[in-house]
Design a protein around this ligand. Sequence first.
Ligand code: IPD
Ligand code: CA
Ligand code: CA
Length: 256
Amino acid sequence: MQILIAEVKSWMYEAAKYIKVALADNNLVVCTKSDRTDLVTNIDKETQNLLIEKIKNFDPTAKVLGEENDQNHLTDLTGRVFIIDPIDGTMNFVLEQENFCIMIAVYENGQPSLGFVYDVMRDMFLWGGPSVGVYNNDCRVNPPLNKAVEEGLLGVNAGMYGTNYVHAREIGNLAMGVRMTGCAGVELIALILGKRIGYLSHLAPWDYAAGGVLLETLGLKMSNVRGEKLNLRDREFFVAGTPKAYDEILEMLRKD
Ligand code: IPD
Ligand code: CA
Ligand code: CA
């Protein structure tokens, strides 16, 4: 386990260096995917290739689920599976040059084992899992206070807030305020560190897998908005929070 942790961290630090050099050299080729706001760059694809090459060298039998390069479907979760988002928050990467993360989760036979979320420009690396605990760089992270919705900030997807989808605006109004960073990794780090009471969004497996391992290790909760276990297959409407806030949010959603 310690060897695997050290390996994954070293790959992600190398990937971060690669990304920073590309930013400094202004070496981005930006393309759109499903619509004009769904961006991908050459660096997203190259970073994923770099990470997959490391994985294959380390463990040739491992499977990979990754956002880019046609690696985004995996029906068989037996054995060791790496779930990769090479750059989470590509829009921020292109337009802000900050507020983006590299994320890797490791699953063993369908069970969450390790999560790694690296906020590259803040050099904030959250990592760990059920058997080792959670760390922020080298500091152990304790479970955050179990705050209710009205006691803290809600991270929320801008589109869902704008349309009040699944009561997102009403839930935000109950909270102390809302935050929309445009990066699932940044939001999940904030939740893990007790800076949010919850997060509502529409996420794919690579958006929540790594952060999900960490937050569940700390006793925080996540599911789809019907309260069902996330399926690691489709994009789903996602809710996570402190146990208190999560229960309150699901209670509101069940009234429909
Ligand atoms: C996106 C970000 C964003 C979330 C989207 C994701 P990407 O990831 O995490 O915050 O609202 O649903 O797709 O595409 O930049 O890796
Ligand atoms: Ca993502
Ligand atoms: Ca991505």
